[in-house]
Design a binder for this molecule. Structure first.
Ligand SMILES: C[S@@+](CC[C@H](N)C(=O)[O-])C[C@H]1O[C@@H](n2cnc3c(N)ncnc32)[C@H](O)[C@@H]1O
Length: 428
């Protein structure tokens, strides 16, 4: 079967489908010049540029259109609601335009799951209706690599469209596959020039470890330890209190609110996470209470401990524990410096690789180093690419954007199965 690879990136679709030995790529399009060059080196195909500028008539005929379209502001042009879709692009219109002209047997799309729900499902409705109009039925499934044994938690929606509804209804997704669970340790590369954790981050982790060692915590549930709550007494529903009332309380790390003359002064002394919405955020309340209780039990130690904590960054003052409840050693976990806090995760799987920021690259706690791009490529099943990008940050970003090639390979095999059924029906 012939396929086209739109928004080709590193070629996760290309890699996955050609791994089956049943598919041939006849066209690719990618905006990023470095990725275009890399695509040529890896697959021997010149990827064309901006898809919005490519006439559909110039694209060769194909049986399957693949597209992991990027997330961009989207406006449902012409719709009565005039609604804005914050995460998916109007590039879907180009996919529709090409599909309408070529009428491939199948389309295979991949995106973040919230394209199904944003704008109360309006965007997804738009996609589904638009494809229905040109004769395609769509089915979809949210799949994460961990379901096929790869230790990465990365939920993505895979959408399959086809004109033969009967065939599509018999599509098997991943059912029947034999899952061989890969251990994270089997993916880790030893003895490479791995990027070690920066000394200041290392110092902060040591500080948090000291707290975990010294406080009497037998079991740590899935909760965040929120350091600014130590010694704080401000009411969690402070938005219902008067300025005068607030003066009797203490803000972040126990700073007195006594002399505050205005709400601005009060807010400046409350923890940063209360400032965004002028309240203690609902999702953090359980953790705030837990942290205050911990302080009341361990105040002598914690009063000393807070002096050693680096308070330059708000997110470094929150330990988001999602790890083992009885193994309180950071070195036994995967760690991640996130915008919301320092996330501690069980070692079974790496959190989703994301494209936006290299600062969130997962850290292997036992070695206090970032995962390498080769390891990240393994998590995306793109490790057999002959060439990679010279710029490590750019390569990481592209990996975070890529579709998992092993999932595509398995879906490709299932597509072949229904294609055979359709062809058999045609000959009978
Ligand atoms: C989400 S990524 C898809 C990655 C790809 N599926 C893979 O496996 O690597 C979207 C890609 O679309 C490319 N892109 C964005 N706008 C484009 C356009 N107008 N024409 C062609 N490619 C575009 C981006 O450079 C990016 O590499």
């Amino acid at each position: 079967m012939k396929f086209i690879d739109l928004f080709a990136g590193l070629g996760g679709f290309h890699q996955g489908l050609t791994n089956t030995g049943e598919f041939e790529c006849v066209f690719a399009s990618e905006l990023d010049v470095d990725l275009q060059k890399l695509y040529y080196k890896n697959y021997g195909i010149v990827a064309e540029g901006d898809i919005t500028k490519i006439d559909e008539k110039d694209i060769p005929d194909h049986d399957i259109l693949c597209a992991g379209f990027p997330c961009q502001p989207f406006s449902l042009a012409g719709s009565k609601s005039g609604s804005k879709c914050p995460t998916s692009g109007k590039l879907i219109n180009d996919i529709l335009r090409i599909t309408k002209y070529h009428l491939p047997q199948f389309i295979m799309l991949e995106n973040v799951p919230n394209i199904l729900t944003i704008e109360n499902g309006k965007f997804w409705n738009f996609i589904e209706k638009s494809f229905n109009k040109i004769g395609y039925k769509l089915i979809y499934k949210i799949i994460s690599p961990e379901e096929i044994g790869i230790p990465q938690n990365r939920k993505r929606v895979f959408i399959l469209g086809g004109r033969d509804e009967k065939a599509l209804n018999s599509f098997k997704w991943l059912s029947g596959i034999k899952v061989v669970k890969q251990r994270l340790s089997s993916l880790l590369e030893t003895n490479r020039n791995n990027k070690q954790l920066e000394p200041e981050k290392m110092k902060q982790l040591n500080c948090w470890q000291y707290l975990l060692d010294e406080c009497n915590i037998a079991r740590l549930p899935s909760i965040s330890i929120v350091a600014p709550e130590f010694k704080a007494t401000y009411p969690l529903d402070f938005q219902n209190h008067s300025l005068e009332d607030m003066r009797q309380y203490r803000g972040a790390y126990g700073i007195s609110l006594k002399k505050c003359q205005s709400w601005n002064e009060v807010m400046a002394k409350l923890p940063s996470y209360t400032r965004k919405t002028n309240r203690a955020p609902e999702w953090l309340l359980r953790s705030i209470r837990y942290s205050r209780d911990l302080y009341s039990e361990e105040s002598t130690f914690l009063n000393r401990w807070v002096l050693t904590l680096d308070k330059r960054y708000n997110s470094w003052q929150i330990l988001e524990w999602r790890g083992y409840s009885e193994k309180l050693s950071l070195s036994k976990h995967i760690l991640q410096f996130r915008a919301s806090g320092i996330r501690v995760l069980k070692r079974e799987k790496i959190p989703s690789l994301i494209a936006m920021t290299p600062t969130q690259i997962p850290i292997i706690g036992s070695e206090m180093r970032y995962i390498s791009s080769i390891e990240a490529a393994k998590l995306q099943h793109l490790h057999s690419l002959p060439y990679t990008l010279d710029n490590e940050t750019h390569f990481f970003k592209a990996l975070g954007n890529a579709v998992n090639a092993k999932i595509v390979e398995l879906l490709g095999r299932s597509v072949m199965e229904i294609n055979t059924i359709t062809s058999l029906r045609g000959t009978l």
